[in-house]
Ligand binder design. Sequence first.
Ligand code: AHR
Length: 621
Amino acid sequence: AEITVHGNRAKKISDNLFGIFFEDLNYAADGGLYAELIQNRDFEYSSEDGARQGWDSGYAWSVREGGHSSPVTIAVENPLHENNPHYAVLQANPGVALQNDGFDGISLKKGDKYDFSLFARLPEGSKGGKVIVRLLDQDGREVAQSAVNVSTKEWKRQHTVLVANADVRAGVLSLEPKLTGAVHLDMVSLFPQNTFKNRPNGLRADLAQTIADLHPRFMRFPGGCLAHGDGVHNIYNWKETIGPLESRKPQRNLWGYHQTKGLGYFEFFQYCEDIHAEPVPVIAAGVCCQNSQGGGQQGIPMCDMDAFIQDILDLVEYANGDASTEWGRKRAEAGHPEPFRLKYIGIGNEDQITDAFEERFTMIYQALKTKHPEITVIGTAGPFNEGTDYEEGWAIVNQLGVPMVDEHYYQTPGWFLNNQHFYDSYDRKGAKVYLGEYAAHLPGRPNNLEVSLAEAAYMTSLERNGDVVSMASYAPLLAKEGHTQWNPDLIYFDNQTVKPTVNYYVQQLYGQNAGDEYLPSTVKLSDSSENIAKRFPVSVVKDSKTGDLILKMVNILPSATRARIYLEGVTAAGSRAVKTVLSGALEDKNLEPQSSDCEVGQEFTCELPAYSFTVIRFKIK
Ligand code: AHR
């Protein structure tokens, strides 16, 4: 193959092109990225939470007494907070202990410190004392012990630190009351101290770092379908996710489980700042999930729309307002006096384009445009149907002059290879595109090299069209093994291990090798048929911050190819480059890219293995 890079025809492209899509799906938040180790810490699980039978306020808890186990007693009188009505009542009989199994057990590391806290009070007739806090391994052996005092008739938070003296795969928390009578307990929490960036109420460090290693330029949250819910009452409300943890309003997750909202909007914004990603919150367009009963016809009643819109305006104030504003003050009180510098808000998620949607979306868009012209609103193109290509969604976007639109598609690898021209004809003067969800799907939904290379190939076309495609995110991001509602995902994990997929490494190679200028290139192959060309796409970008030129070459052919590369209108600064290659058999699932040094110049040769994705990066003058 011959590849000629035309440096004199460079064009500006988005410098926010590749980011991440976070949705609390597959236990991505509770039991996942959110580092809380106690499941159902607030006793608010309920039978309405989802498909799981037998969920109630006592889920994951049990009372142990003399080798026997019984359900915990739950009460609701005079609760800690109205949003957190249930709590546990524990009788302090000798040998009684309240236990929690965590999320598939509590995983501990030898020598690590853990912050334990709870709210406790003494009911009438009880006398103060202690609660002994123990961490036990899977065989019941104690690996850490401490205690908290309980002496008040009012709810009071108590805190202690435990240090694990052994590694534990699936342990339990045990609370033994040493007092007279009974004790009321709520918000029982155990956090590792070494969360990501050591944030309190923080994120699991290994998972958060694996995500950060993608170098995402933006982060979309909290969904996906989760954002617009499967009924008006299930629409995600950001205001219920901020403030003291005991005052946050837990909610049924439409993916069939319970969300505590411990990972809420403050934590999302904080994480975005920590990983230098633009925050991209997505709010319902006043209608529910297209896949729920009644779909996009089910909208917030018109009489409630003003309040709903005010909540969205308040979100801008919460993120960007100074501490003298009502909502900016709440952010400052939470520990972040500086603004979060919010620039984008998504309105709607893959919504069915109905009259109910159009009416509500228009109201929200006009309000945001008037009150916050500095915010880029991202509309939705609706569900992707081949043939109609989002016609109805785009018609609304064009009519209102919405600056950006969110498109989603999950298609076969063949579709991605055949549609590398998808954005070539998009109007450069119209709305920009945020490709908010995409992934290549094969029957059985595997993560393997075949789907990953189709995505790598398609991403060359996103870079080529980076003047109209402003942002793109693979979806979904996270999945806890044993709790997946959706495959494939980018990163799988269990309590102890993070397992990035082949698709992850493609996203990482793009994220770590992003540019802000696109340099066209001509590719000559011995067989010039279109069928071969689409299996050998190339993209060249320049990162003007580092002065690096980056070549990305995808070879989805069964044989290795020797590429002769010619630089025109651009000059290599030296002869050394870093070459990173991801290659293997199409069905391979456990591959990692390999990096090595290579030689470059105005002309140079590079071997591109069969079924491979190669990135070459070097300085230019
Ligand atoms: O990414 C999984 C789901 O796919 C999202 O929640 C939804 O937007 C899409 O249909």
